[in-house]
Design a binder for this molecule. Structure first.
Ligand code: FE2
Length: 235
């Protein structure tokens, strides 16, 4: 199914409900409507230039409810830009059971995935070889200060409060564990976070699927209720 504006509107409404249920809070601009964005001046340049805010994507899979993401970038820097020198990024992710991003790795970003509230997060990791393909390498990473030796494709379970480090060039997928999470309309939701080095979604991602379009085209089937991080009107 083509990725539609109605999917985006509904997913952000739901994300706000889930975040609220878990007693978590987002910055004010998470709640701005298009009219407020049109009034926002140059003082909000960091939001536009560092692509903060809502990010909803099906990665070009045309199967958003299985391969997709709804997240909010709270903070980020911009590589080689002295105006935005932050060297770190933080994202809040809403994880419905089973929905995941396509398997991918980052050329330079290092990230921690943290299970914050709700059910469990399952994280599957495999080291990439020099050509960017899955390797047979056994490797070490850290789970809350504890070194783990992992085999290719091994799945780690994170309970609320737990986290794992994903080094660069490590193929990863993670998702809300089936049968866990806060239920809405029969689907369990978990809240996770990503804390990482600067996130450059336009240049740093390598997808292993034949889709992997980070910001896919959107069918405008209803009026936009939120701007996505790559859609803001200019000041
Ligand atoms: Fe990633």
């Amino acid at each position: 199914m083509v990725f539609k504006r109605s999917d985006i509107n509904r997913s952000i409404d739901l994300a706000r409900e889930v975040i609220d249920y878990f007693g978590f809070h987002l910055p004010l601009f998470a709640h701005w409507d298009p009219a407020q964005w049109k009034k926002a001046g140059h003082e909000f340049g960091e939001i536009r230039d560092c692509m903060l805010g809502w990010d909803v994507t099906d990665f070009g899979s045309k199967d958003f409810y299985n391969i997709g993401r709804t997240l909010f970038t709270v903070r980020n820097g911009k590589l080689n830009n002295r105006q935005y020198p932050k060297e770190y990024a933080e994202k809040i992710l809403i994880d419905p059971e089973s929905q995941r991003a396509p398997a991918h790795f980052h050329r330079s970003k290092r990230e921690d995935i943290i299970c914050r509230r709700g059910g469990n997060i399952l994280v599957q990791l495999t080291k990439a070889d020099k050509e960017g393909h899955p390797s047979g390498e056994i490797f070490t990473t850290q789970k809350d200060g504890c070194s783990l030796r992992l085999s290719p494709g091994e799945i780690i379970r994170l309970k609320p409060g737990e986290s794992i480090n994903i080094p660069p060039r490590t193929i990863h997928q993670f998702w809300g564990e089936e049968g866990t999470g806060y239920k809405i309309d029969g689907i369990g939701y978990t809240l996770s976070a990503e804390i990482s080095s600067v996130c450059d979604d336009l240049n740093d991602n390598v997808f292993l699927e034949n889709y992997g379009e980070r910001f896919p085209p959107i069918l405008e089937d209803e009026e936009r209720r939120y701007y996505l991080c790559h859609e803001y009107p200019e000041a």
